[in-house]
Design a protein around this ligand. Structure first.
Ligand code: DC
Length: 232
């Protein structure tokens, strides 16, 4: 298919619903740019951890806010992987941001309006020329409220936790299923109830529940919608 009409595809939804996997596949198929906005919130969280602003007991919000200007986030395309990896102040942190430690702190960092303001501005710039697939929590509602196609992903919590647990153990991480399930459900609650840009379905988003769909089935379903939108 020859694609001339470039659109913005916004994929939002709950943790571990396979948003990134889906978004990457769509971007590869269309030759679009893929942006994982969760990676940006995770990288800011990693910065906060490395600088002693957040641990199990304390969160020095004001100190983090005062250092936001020092945080430089960039995506660089990795030819071998076929997608872009995230760099925090010049260092590739793609692996470091995927630990359960970061996952357990990221929702607190993502609730700070000053953090969101900085990242949303950067995300909107990346979409200026369209031809982009972006996944996150507020893409269809805040970042690109006029996106041509909006997908809202959900799946049962135990299925999401099993998938994420498998991914992490396959990656060599020694982690219990229960701790992954707890992280997924706590994050859902924090992400849906925060004041600034909570995770909610945009009115014009199409819901995809992939509790009983595998990666290819999910892709096929969404890709049909993409093709339709590009033709429109
Ligand atoms: O997509 P992810 O699970 O890697 O995202 C990590 C966290 O970042 C998620 O729990 C909430 C936050 N996030 C957000 O608030 N807004 C986004 N657009 C993307 C992620």
């Amino acid at each position: 298919m020859k694609i001339t009409n470039k659109i913005i595809i916004a994929i939002d939804g709950f943790s571990s619903t396979g948003k990134s996997t889906l978004a990457k596949k769509i971007a590869q198929k269309l030759g679009y740019i893929y942006v994982d906005t969760g990676a940006m919130y995770r990288a800011v969280s990693l910065y906060a951890m490395e600088n002693g602003f957040i641990d199990d007991e304390t969160f020095l919000k004001k100190d983090l806010i005062s250092k936001l200007a020092d945080i430089d986030l960039k995506f660089r395309y990795n030819d071998e992987l076929g997608y872009a990896e995230i760099y925090l102040n010049g260092k590739n942190v793609e692996h470091k941001i995927r630990t359960l430690e970061v996952s357990n702190r990221v929702s607190k960092v993502a609730a700070i309006s000053e953090v969101r303001e900085k990242l949303v501005e950067q995300q909107q710039k990346m979409g200026l020329e369209k031809g982009i697939v972006m996944d996150g929590r507020d893409i269809g509602t805040v970042v690109f409220p006029k996106a041509e196609l909006k997908i809202f992903m959900l799946a049962e919590a135990d299925k999401r936790a099993s998938r994420r647990h498998k991914e992490m153990t396959d990656d060599g991480k020694n982690i219990s299923y229960e701790s992954v399930l707890k992280n997924v459900t706590v994050r859902d609650l924090m992400d849906t109830t925060r004041k600034d840009s909570p995770l909610i379905k945009a009115d014009d988003a199409i819901t995809i529940d992939n509790s009983d769909l595998n990666v290819d089935e999910t892709f096929d379903k969404v890709y049909k919608l993409v093709v339709q939108k590009i033709k429109d």
